[in-house]
Design a protein around this ligand. Structure first.
Ligand SMILES: *Cc1c(COP(=O)(O)O)cnc(C)c1O
Length: 369
């Protein structure tokens, strides 16, 4: 496809490889790795990211929905895929058809999977999800033992894994350690009762970086693979995978007193050389960045002026000695000595970097380098 609009997300696969190496360095040999590639690989491009990871020898892929899993199978990915999300009983046929490992935390779904598997004469693999504090999906910790025992008696299901998830590993060590302890207690009780589950996991990126005791024998990195830190001040050197760039499409000189964009939230207090960028909130570049964020042009930081529109963003380039139509503008990424991280943008509007990269719209082509 031709791209007449110069707005693109550049996806650096070498950086992805680097970040995966960091994960491998942080976990013991033999610990399996399940990159999470849900939500279009956090906005980076589901299939291409998964294919690259597949080449780099990971063990599993983690997705949220059947749609994502099917997209991976349809692009010839043979690795085990764990569907981390819940599915309806009517869809168990799809789980089996695409040879997916399904997350289970109710007897009714286990039964439905078992019946379907029996019908076609196979054994299907599941991972049990336990809620040790997240308050979202998963069987409550105190009901988990009974549920696992009951599911273990189903003949056409193999309980291959059991896992839990952390709601606040970034901010609450005591709570997270309590979760890990409760989870360990469950595993111990199961094995004392003759129920041995081969794959045990709990660590997201923060768990991988800061809780060695959460690694068990598989880890589920998301954010850090994309080169984003779960919080500031962490040691491992991660390299951002996504940069978001465009080009100046038009430059005009606005006289002092002239307003910019809808609502005139910015009025020029002097003659202002204004660059117009072809990106807006219709591309997932949040309107909340208006009058706050900066972009990099000719190696310098330039301020966004006025409200970001659906398709356009205006920038004050008066401070640049030379600037031309067609010059590169970096919204996320590095240029010269300057850089703007997804987490910097997130902070401006009180959100997290996950939301910034996930929001980069379908209208923006991903260029893989
Ligand atoms: C998304 C997700 C992860 C990855 O979390 P990060 O914080 O991005 O590393 C791990 N486990 C589950 C269950 C998830 O849904």
């Amino acid at each position: 496809m031709n791209n007449y609009r110069p707005t693109v997300a550049k996806i650096n696969l070498a950086h992805l490889g680097h970040n995966l190496k960091v994960v491998k360095r942080l976990v013991d040999a033999g610990v399996k790795i399940m990159p999470t590639v849900k939500a279009n690989a956090y906005g980076h491009g589901l299939v291409q990211i998964a294919k690259e990871l597949d080449k780099l020898n990971i063990d599993f892929l983690g997705v949220s929905s059947l749609e994502e899993a099917i997209a991976l199978r349809s692009s010839s990915i043979k690795r085990p895929i764990l569907v981390l999300g819940e599915v309806f009983k009517k869809d168990v046929g799809v789980v089996l058809k695409y040879k997916l490992d399904q997350t289970v935390f109710s007897y009714s779904l286990a039964k439905a999977l078992n019946n379907q598997a029996k019908k076609i004469g196979i054994i299907t693999k599941i991972h049990i999800k336990v809620d040790t504090g997240m308050g979202r999906l998963g069987v409550m910790h105190k009901e988990a033992f009974e549920l696992v025992k009951k599911i273990a008696s189903l003949k056409n299901i193999k309980i291959e894994g059991i896992f839990t998830h952390f709601p606040k590993a970034e901010t609450d060590k005591a709570f997270t350690n309590k979760q890990i302890k409760a989870f360990k207690g469950l595993i111990k009780k199961l094995s004392e009762n003759g129920i041995y589950i081969p794959i045990i996991h709990s660590a997201n990126s923060m768990g991988i970086i800061d809780y060695k005791n959460s690694h068990f024998n598989l880890v589920r990195p998301g954010l850090m693979l994309y080169g984003i830190y779960p919080k500031r001040g962490l040691r491992p050197v991660l390299k951002p995978v996504m940069s978001l760039v465009t080009k100046i499409i038009f430059i005009k000189n606005l006289p002092s007193g002239h307003g910019v964009s809808y609502g005139h939230s910015f009025i020029a207090s002097k003659n202002t050389k204004t660059a117009i960028l072809p990106i807006g909130y219709g591309d997932g570049y949040f309107r909340g960045f208006s009058d706050k964020a900066q972009v990099l042009i000719r190696g310098k930081r330039c301020k966004i002026i006025g409200k970001i529109c659906m398709d356009y963003t205006m920038v004050d380039v008066s401070s640049l000695k030379k600037v031309s139509c067609g010059d590169e503008a970096v919204l996320i990424g590095t240029q010269g000595r300057e850089k703007i991280l997804a987490s910097d943008l997130a902070k401006l509007v009180g959100t997290i970097a996950y939301e910034v990269t996930c929001s980069v719209g379908a209208r923006i082509p991903r260029y893989f380098i």
